[in-house]
Design a protein around this ligand. Structure first.
Ligand code: HEM
Length: 224
């Protein structure tokens, strides 16, 4: 008996990434810094420090988006409404005050993450991996983070602009469209494998940043 053709078709990229990184996701969100930040055990300074790290990562990611916007295949994955740098800058101005640029401290793991994104960001599978890891995460767990930051650290809408997407009225609809864009990139088998590997790397790079943040902000953390 032969299998129906759809059973032989390769899984769509969005499914490969979601299924292939479930364990990595679990590890990332059980990082000490993440757990303590979300449970209210830390303080606004820890949240502000995280926001500062995000600035540098998104500057690199969104420089890659701008460079790829004219690329035939990549352009479907570049969404204006995801742009986060201006929102992070507003959060930092609120959290640190008007002199925020001189106040923020960028950690070595953050530099390494941003440098890596700048290095590989012009390759479509690599760009797709970094875009997926950050933006779909922000639209998913990020919404939980936003609620918890407001609840635990007395923030109003000001200070959590990063987690607010004013041009995305229905997150679920947008996430479906984003996944469809991923699936429509037309990546071949090798490129899909490259993308999955790169998402794993992106999770590790995020965890390294959380590790350095934990060393600074978590009471019983080991020194870096
Ligand atoms: C802060 C703790 C976190 C929580 C509570 C959390 C929670 C979630 C939840 C509930 C979803 C599923 C949403 C849905 O079904 O549509 C999700 C998806 C996702 N998260 Fe997280 N997450 C966290 C941290 C992270 C981190 C650190 C990253 C990576 C930097 C990340 C990346 C992702 C990605 C890429 C998805 C999309 C999975 C997919 O549907 O393909 N998350 N997260």
């Amino acid at each position: 008996m032969s299998l129906p053709a759809e059973d032989l078709a390769p899984a769509p990229l969005s499914v490969v990434l979601r299924e292939g990184t479930r364990a990595a996701h679990g590890e990332a969100n059980s990082e000490q810094f993440v757990e303590e930040l979300l449970s209210g055990a830390l303080d606004r300074a820890a949240y502000a420090d995280l926001s500062a790290q995000l600035l540098v990562v998104y500057e690199a990611l969104e420089a890659a988006s701008a460079a790829l916007a004219g690329d035939d295949r990549a352009t479907s994955l570049v969404f204006e409404e995801l742009t986060r740098v201006p929102a992070i800058e507003r959060d930092l101005a609120y959290l640190y005050g008007p002199g925020w640029r001189a106040e923020i401290r960028i950690l070595p793991a953050t530099r390494a993450y941003a440098d890596h994104v700048r290095e590989v960001g012009s390759s479509l599978p690599h760009y797709a991996a970094h875009s997926y890891t950050r933006y779909l995460g922000d639209l998913s767990g990020g919404q939980i983070v936003k609620r918890m930051m407001k609840q635990h650290y007395g923030l109003g809408e000001e200070g959590v602009a990063f987690y607010t997407f004013p041009d995305i009225p229905k997150v679920k609809v947008f996430k479906d469209a984003y996944r469809a864009a991923l699936d429509g990139l037309g990546l071949d088998e090798t490129e899909v494998a490259t993308t999955l590997d790169e998402v794993h790397l992106a999770f590790r790079l995020n965890r390294a940043v959380f590790g350095e943040l934990a060393a600074i902000h978590c009471g019983n953390a080991q020194a870096v």
